[in-house]
Design a binder for this molecule. Structure first.
Ligand code: TMP
Length: 228
């Protein structure tokens, strides 16, 4: 079989209530319309084993971990996700769009919880090796607005498990401000890989900017899809 061109790896990052999952879904629809096979995935999670680790971390009663323990759990899940899902898909020529990846650990466990940044990079090297997103889209919003949006979403869901996924949302606004700054710093330090988009805009307007960024930076021709 002829070698297939490796797929591209795109990540969405940002605070709570920035609309990442909506943007992941719309971008994958735009890829489908353009005839590009793309899979949507998420972290924590993405494989059955990593989804079990996710529950420990995001559920209200999941536990109370020290920052390094939390990072070890996250990287254990990430390892499963990377070796069993992300790399095999990229090698098949599929594109992968992930709702969060390692920048979330840098911002949340690093800037938010004070874990040493070098420890995070060491864990990254051990578990993900050379894998690096080709493009990272940071969705940025004021944390007060983002947390309000996120609370509304959690309250309106009928799914009990999803309704309890608020362990991080319950942390202080100060914590969420540190995260926002953390994500902005990552984007500033690595402008080749990252782009920041204002998430206070409508989902359609954000999607349009996402489609433009992906088209320009990854050399594809995408058209925006309808919201809803
Ligand atoms: P979600 O609500 O965006 O699905 O993400 C679940 C939570 O997990 C979110 O509050 C951020 C948190 N998280 C970390 O703290 N570190 C990480 O590395 C990842 C991937 C997520």
């Amino acid at each position: 079989m002829a070698d297939k061109k490796r797929g591209m790896f795109i990540t969405f990052e940002g605070g709570e209530g920035t609309g990442k999952s909506t943007q992941v879904r719309m971008l994958c629809e735009a890829f489908a319309e353009a005839g590009i096979t793309a899979i949507a995935t998420r972290e924590p999670g993405g494989t059955p084993e990593a989804e079990r680790i996710r529950d420990l971390l995001v559920q209200r009663d999941g536990g109370d971990y020290d920052a390094l323990t939390e990072a070890l759990l996250l990287f254990a899940g990430r390892r499963e996700h990377v070796v069993k899902k992300i790399i095999p898909a990229l090698e098949k020529g599929e594109w992968v769009v992930s709702d969060r990846f390692a920048d979330s650990t840098r911002a949340m466990q690093g800037d938010g919880m004070g874990l040493n940044k070098q420890v995070i990079e060491n864990l990254y090297g051990m578990t993900a090796g050379d894998l690096k997103p080709d493009l990272t889209i940071v969705l940025d919003i004021d944390p007060v607005e983002g947390l309000a949006r996120s609370a509304q979403k959690t309250q309106s869901t009928q799914n009990k498990r999803v309704a309890q996924e608020d362990r991080y949302e319950r942390m202080s606004v100060d914590f969420h401000r540190r995260l926002r700054q953390g994500f902005l710093n990552i984007a500033e330090t690595d402008p080749q890989r990252c782009i920041v988009i204002d998430a206070a805009q409508t989902p359609e307007a954000v999607h349009k900017q996402v489609v433009d960024a992906v088209s320009q930076r990854l050399n594809v021709s995408l058209k925006a899809v309808k919201y809803g």
